[in-house]
Design a protein around this ligand. Structure first.
Ligand code: OGA
Ligand code: NI
Length: 314
């Protein structure tokens, strides 16, 4: 009997409570084809998410002048506030229709990694902000490790292979606000781009607009149910796997009608390797059909290269 190879036509929706081998298989196939998967039962407390969303709205509702007080000149947007229409996607002349706030890792004083990770700033106007976002950061870290463990199994590595590579990683939690769309002048909420980091875990994408570019060149909406994560592969993991896992181009389009008069809020967690982790192609991802395409490069050097390209550092 003839069997046709199974091809996936939709992004996987997986529950993190499944056995890790099942997860590995489902996530692996979705990441290889789409670079994206939707993940529910991720363990991040819904009450914490609700607090984070409330505080994100409260921050962006502050007066422009107050928010600009948290913009760090020359800081590359790494921490604190980055105003509306600052960031550009690689190769685009128009700035995105978004403003954002970055939370990084809080390191113990005197940590040698301080050189790579500037200290956080916190908005004095919102006393709960720090505790809520430090906790959310830690929960994203934990959910990310479980997803990475499934990815490791998919790649034929030990389940804990990634643990040391992301321990004290230079991850960034981004609070995003896309204001109502006016005077767009050809800009979109976020122009097509790939994420720089290892994997991205995104909350808030139930508000429409996120789309991925398929292998066939079609824009496919990514629509997680409320509370679920959209998870995607970043350029660093794509490089480590010799592009076996795809870092997929994605964008956030301007909504039509009523939704264009509404703000969109989202919260991606850009999970990064440790700054001193050297991204060196996995031998498991190299064979005669897939020769090694990349030179070893530290995760910090890779990040600096890419930040220059998106207008965030010189
Ligand atoms: C990003 C991104 C998607 C969204 O910030 O890199 O792709 O839904 N965000 O806000
Ligand atoms: Ni992105």
């Amino acid at each position: 009997m003839m069997t046709t190879p199974k091809t996936d036509t939709t992004i996987a929706h997986v529950s993190l409570t499944q056995p890790v081998d099942t997860l590995a298989d489902q996530l692996g196939r979705s990441f290889a084809e789409f670079g994206f998967a939707v993940v529910s039962d991720h363990g991040i407390d819904p009450a914490l998410i609700a607090d984070a969303e409330r505080l994100s709205r409260a921050f962006f509702a502050l007066p422009e002048e107050t928010k600009r007080g948290y913009f760090i000149e020359g800081g590359g947007g790494a921490r604190g506030y980055t105003p509306y229409r600052t960031e550009k996607a690689v190769g685009h002349d128009t700035t995105d229709l978004k403003e954002f706030w970055h939370v990084g890792r809080t390191l113990p004083g005197g940590d040698p990694l301080e050189e790579f990770m500037p200290a956080n700033v916190w908005p004095a106007e919102l006393p709960e902000f720090r505790a809520v976002f430090e906790r959310l950061y830690a929960e994203f870290d934990k959910a990310g490790l479980r997803i990475l463990s499934a990815i490791a199994i998919h790649l034929g590595l030990k389940p804990d292979w990634f643990d040391s590579t992301v321990d004290q990683g230079n991850s960034v939690l981004r609070l995003l606000h896309y204001p109502p769309v006016e005077n767009a002048e050809g800009a979109v909420r976020a122009a097509p781009h790939g994420d720089i980091n290892t994997i991205t875990l995104l909350l808030g994408a139930e508000e429409a607009g996120l789309e991925l570019l398929s292998r066939q060149g079609e824009w496919i909406p990514v629509s997680p149910p409320p509370g679920a994560l959209a998870v995607n592969i970043g350029d660093m993991l794509s490089r480590l796997t010799n592009d076996r896992l795809r870092s997929t181009i994605h964008r956030v389009v301007n909504p039509q009608g009523e939704a264009s008069r509404r703000s969109r809020f989202s919260m991606p967690f850009f999970l990064h390797f440790r700054p001193d982790f050297v991204i060196e192609t996995l031998p498991e991802c190299v064979d005669a059909q897939h020769p090694d395409q990349y030179e070893p490069l530290s995760s910090h050097d890779f990040l600096m290269q890419r930040l220059r390209e998106i207008n965030l550092t010189k």
